[in-house]
Design a protein around this ligand. Sequence first.
Ligand code: 9MR
Length: 350
Amino acid sequence: MLGLHSRRAVIASALALAACSRPAKSQTVIPDDPLKSLADFPVGCCVQAGQLDDPDFAALLARHFSQLTPEWEMKMEYIVQPDGSFQFDRPDRIAGFAREHGLRLYGTTLIWYAQKPDAFIHLDPSRATFGQAYDNYIAGVVGRYQGAAGWDVVNEPVAEDGNGWRQSLWAERLGDFDHMVRAFHVAEAADPTATLFINDYNLESLPAKLSTYQRLIEKLLAAGAPVSGIGCQTHANADLAPGAIAHAIQALAGFGLPIHVSEMDVSVARAKGFLTSRVDLETRQARLYEEAGHAFASLPPKQRFAFTVWGLRDKDSWLHGENAGDTPVLFDDAGEPKPAFAALAKGFQP
Ligand code: 9MR
């Protein structure tokens, strides 16, 4: 990371070099600098172990980012086997790549309503047996990656419409609130140095969801749960109203805890694109990246945990599977930076 002075110098040199930067796309000057050199906080990207076999992917990832989140291979769906044993080869590979390249590792996700392996479903539902397995999972995974910068301890706890909390296997067996408190305590014991996050999405588009999330965080903190960071996934659509992302980030920063913009992407395909042109949608997309980057960069330094994007090149994005024409992230399929990249870099400036 760079100090304020050297960061200004880098930005100044980036601007001075603008004339000889790569060819403009849509009139946008795209800096040649690594994205991480334009921020004085960690800049993250998600990754799958197999993607590291592609040298172009690996080089682009290591050049621009300073933190990695395994996209799915550090989740129960990969780690927990039908007999209850754990497999760690792929997350180990990602952790190894991070270590070799001097990048921080960020773990997602320990407890998620969306994942309930058979090995847990089939356990004796009595509180003791189930609870021991729950603790054992969290302690085992966090302990293995001790030294990780942080963890999504509880992911997406708020109901889809923002009205209350989600139902889950974990809530049913261990209590809808107690299972969350418990997860944070177990994670803290396994790695007292990691920043422990709660994390959710649609906080910018659904005021009720943001509000329920804030109330839940208050309640967790009041109960003594060691929540030490707040995640705002920031999966946006290009037609999101200007100001909504900044509002959510600022509202969450009110707790004084570190903030993680943990999974940002901006879908063009999911926007109501039939009313507007592709160029218009991509301009809106770039503005949303700039807004998010600026809102984050404007937080007090100790609250800037990291800014993570959810996918390296457009073709790597989970949204590509839903719609192959979607272009939600910072690099195109060839690995060239897009106007969204320039916009985010601009947003990172003070
Ligand atoms: O992008 C991820 C995709 O590759 C996985 O199949 C999926 C299930 O593990 O999770 C996706 O990532 C999600 C993230 O973990 C939580 N927020 C929503 C993300 C997109 O669905």
